[in-house]
Design a protein around this ligand. Sequence first.
Ligand code: FAD
Ligand code: SF4
Ligand code: SF4
Ligand code: SF4
Length: 370
Amino acid sequence: MPSYEDLEAQIIDSGICTVCGACILACPNSHIKFVDGKPKRPKRTLDCVSCSTCYDACYMLRRGLIQDIEASILSWGEKGSIGIYKRLLAARTKEQSIEKACQDGGIVTSLLIYALNENLIDGALVVGRDGWMPIAFIAKTRGEIISSAMTKYGTTPILKELRAAVVDHGLSRICLVGSSCHIQSIRYLQHTSLPLASAIKLTIGLFCRENYEYHCMQGKMRERGLNIEEIDKFDVSEEFNVYASGKKLSFPITEVKSCVPKHCLTCDDFASELADISIGSDGSPEGWSTVIVRTEEGEKVFSQFETSEVIETKPIHNLDYLKEIADRKREKGKQTRDMFSLREEGLEKKDIAVRLGITEERVSHRLTGI
Ligand SMILES: Cc1cc2nc3c(=O)[nH]c(=O)nc-3n(C[C@H](O)[C@H](O)[C@H](O)COP(=O)(O)OP(=O)(O)OC[C@H]3O[C@@H](n4cnc5c(N)ncnc54)[C@H](O)[C@@H]3O)c2cc1C
Ligand code: SF4
Ligand code: SF4
Ligand code: SF4
């Protein structure tokens, strides 16, 4: 029976662990911890023998299943570049306190507060921060939700908080906010009927081109003479943007490319295609959110929320751009996975570059990652 050692060898040590936290959540004996940015079982104990729970909880070992899962939750429509959806719109909050605190249109924060006030959920798994280091936590009040607003780059095992949310806080109607990888993971756990996973009643997936490892990014800011603690906001468009002391500093994305974790290089889900509702900024003007409503549950919640007058909405005009980003990510993910396969066949980097028609430098970065 495969056990923790197999999970470590196949996923964690090979660099493709997305740090979703599902294995930490699933271990019945709480042996797996979050250590130096990765899941780790510090020491082997006797009760680990003949147990495969953590191995079974990892969706990255069963990526082929994603299509089946998608078909079971999104059973209508052709799958296009940004996944299957019911409707797509631009939206932004009308509340000043949220507008000041949020990343883009503040729709994630407003929607969570609305759902909590209307008793549609009893809590949310969100990502706050210590400085700019992302920290997952359970939010049960308006203040806690607002404190989680804004994008933090860096990985955090959000799903590990689910046990405490259910067992310690007694929550049973939880909204999970996460990147595409977190959403894929919870959908897999729901598919396998992990009891704790049934407490997640709503999923909000964030768009995601790629992520940046926190300590690496901190170092890059230092090289630029910036103290990460003094930065007010980060965002990524075609450039990497940093806001501090009322100024915006933009630099080429290539400067932070070495901070992209290896698992992000193989990822091909830009628009959180398995979420009930996906939200990002690409496709909408500055200060607005792009919202993709995908499932019945998502539609039920969002259509109520829309009539609440706390947000304004308008049609999306830049759908082609959104699709282009999603297609680019899908291509990049496939290309990186091809590189790994060719390397396993024993090809050198220069031969892989020739075979795929790209530079050796690009092959080198993708294979080595960080
Ligand atoms: C790693 C990452 C990459 C992204 N890349 C893109 C992109 O390429 N294009 C694009 O259009 N949008 C991207 N987004 C989404 C975008 O940055 C905003 O989160 C989204 O537009 C929602 O804005 P908002 O104002 O509604 O969110 P807010 O109301 O400010 O709420 C933000 C929410 O994000 C959650 N969150 C913050 N950091 C993390 C994290 N590290 N992991 C998981 N959840 C987190 C918080 O829990 C909070 O609920 C990315 C987000 C992340 C986390
Ligand atoms: S007890 Fe089971 S789930 Fe926990 S670390 Fe050991 S093998 Fe994994
Ligand atoms: S379950 Fe998630 S955190 Fe654990 S090894 Fe797999 S991808 Fe990594
Ligand atoms: S690129 Fe993919 S794996 Fe990386 S954080 Fe985004 S959704 Fe997760």
